[in-house]
Ligand binder design. Structure first.
Ligand code: UD1
Ligand code: CA
Length: 461
């Protein structure tokens, strides 16, 4: 069976009230259209066609990496007109599966079931029973019985008062024998309430020709809900996050509250991972056994090894270089780890400490108010409060190298490039511009002077 997949994405999405084309709005960090493309990837279709129209260039550029083929529909005269545009690029056999670019949470299994039920010969409609079917095309069945043969789809605006009472709605997704689909869509007219070419009118054509029409019920509402407004987008976001939270919890991850958990990417967890409320994970994040994440952390592209603890309000962003945190490390609260931060086991990074493109050896500590950028830091180093690496001379970045067991006092400036040998000590308040040898003490600050009997200035009368 040759399978072709068509994704309709030409509509305007007026109710989003946005300059961004609707299908490019993001759900869990991926565009709506990307969700549909990802859903169809496992189906190994002969080709995937995306119908673009509104914001076509932007939509095509954003999803070019999918390898899908783009067909433009200008102007947009309805869903039937949209499929007409694909006729020249569809083959004359096999099955065509039609999905919507604004219905993002359709599952691969459901899409596959639709295509398989068609098996090149039946017209298969994905339907759903709705408490409030307003706006949906209604599935009209023989004798009005739930098990009656499907006779037609009637659009809400064209439906009679009795038809509007029907609860079974068309989800906008179907599978059809490709050759018949092509013939049917070319025969559509726009003689209806909206003056549009309705794809749904092909159902009555199939019935008239004696082609079997099957209604397949969607298992859950979430996978057939479309996005038309910011409110619906937010609703689907929460549903999707709930799905992900449940999958993680089934695997043993302990989320303090699945309703206050957000994942925009991939989260891989070991055993006994605990995640407190309101954390956001993006990109790819790995958490080893027993990792605990405090409340209100943002963690993007990072690997956190077993037993590490990330305290409240920590911000970790590995971007493309990544961040890695060793076993048993303690990070935060209020720490900031940036790309290329590689922290060894048992490292401690405390409040208001920023680390970027730096390697810290086992047991190194920077507990308060400090900056480490472009630095190599040895084991057991103690890096004092308020100390910074001055890594940027206004034109170029330079490295700071700190050996094992170095003690850097508080409020020091290490002007890179500079090296502190193993076991060196830097006195508090020093500005270090030259290398310090192993075991040496470096003090680079004004000497303290004492003026006995000093009189403070008096206010003039
Ligand atoms: C459509 C169905 C309706 C169904 C509903 C489910 C038709 C005539 N009606 O109605 O039975 O219950 O979906 O949500 O098909 N699109 C184009 N080009 C166009 C028009 C639409 O690409 O000219 C795309 C849209 O971007 C969207 C999809 O087709 O992805 C559905 O369009 P929409 O306007 O939402 O259809 P409805 O009127 O809601
Ligand atoms: Ca719609």
């Amino acid at each position: 069976m040759a399978l072709n997949i068509v994704i309709m994405a030409a509509g305007k999405g007026t109710r989003m009230k946005s300059a961004l084309p609707k299908v490019l709005h993001k759900l869990a960090g991926r565009s709506l259209l990307q969700h549909v493309l990802d859903c169809t990837a496992p189906l190994q279709a002969a080709q995937r066609i995306v119908i673009t129209g509104h914001g076509a260039e932007q939509v095509e550029a954003a999803t070019a990496a999918s390898g899908a083929r783009f067909v433009r529909q200008m102007p947009q005269l309805g869903t039937g007109h949209a499929i007409q545009q694909t006729v020249p690029v569809l083959p004359d056999d096999g099955t065509t599966l039609i999905l919507n670019g604004d219905v993002p949470l359709i599952r691969s299994e459901t899409a596959r079931r639709l295509a398989e039920a068609c098996s090149d010969r039946a017209l298969v409609l994905l339907t759903i029973d709705l408490a409030d079917p307003t706006g949906y095309g209604r599935i009209v069945r023989e004798g009005g019985r739930a098990d009656g043969a499907v006779q037609a789809i009637v659009e809400h605006k064209d439906a009679t008062p009795e038809q509007r009472l029907l609860r079974e709605g068309y989800t906008g997704m179907m599978a059809a024998p490709t050759a018949l689909l092509k013939r049917w869509v070319m025969a559509l007219s726009n003689n209806n309430a909206q003056g549009e070419y309705y794809l749904t009118d092909i159902v009555a054509m199939a019935v008239a020709e004696g082609v079997p029409v099957l209604g397949l019920k969607a298992a859950d509402e979430t996978e057939v809900l479309g996005v038309n407004s910011p409110l619906q987008l937010a609703d689907l976001e929460r549903r999707y996050q709930r799905r992900q939270a449940e999958t993680l919890m089934e695997a043993g991850v302990r989320l303090a509250d699945p309703a206050r958990f957000d994942l925009r990417g991939e989260l891989v967890c070991g055993q006994d991972v605990e995640i407190d409320i309101n954390s956001l994970f993006e990109g790819r994040v790995e958490l080893g056994d027993g990792v605990r994440i405090g409340a209100n952390c943002v963690i993007r592209n990072a690997r956190i090894a077993a037993g590490a603890r990330i305290h409240e309000f920590t911000h970790i962003d590995g971007e493309s270089a990544g961040v890695s945190i060793g076993e048993g490390a303690l990070i935060g609260p209020f720490a900031r780890l940036r790309p290329g931060a590689q922290l060894g086991a048992e490292v401690h990074i405390g409040n208001f400490v920023e680390v970027k493109n730096s390697q810290l050896g086992r047991g190194a500590k920077a507990n308060h108010l400090a900056y480490l950028g472009d630095a190599t830091v040895g084991e057991r180093v103690n890096y004092g409060a308020g100390s910074i690496t001055a890594n940027y001379d206004g034109a170029n970045k330079h490295r700071t190298t700190i050996g094992d067991d170095v003690h850097v006092g508080s409020n020091c400036v290490l002007v890179a490039p500079v090296t502190l040998g193993n076991g060196a000590t830097v006195g508090g308040g020093s500005t270090i511009t030259r290398d310090v040898g192993a075991g040496e003490l470096a003090v680079a600050r004004g000497r303290q002077t004492a003026v006995a009997g000093w009189k403070r200035p008096q206010k003039k009368r």
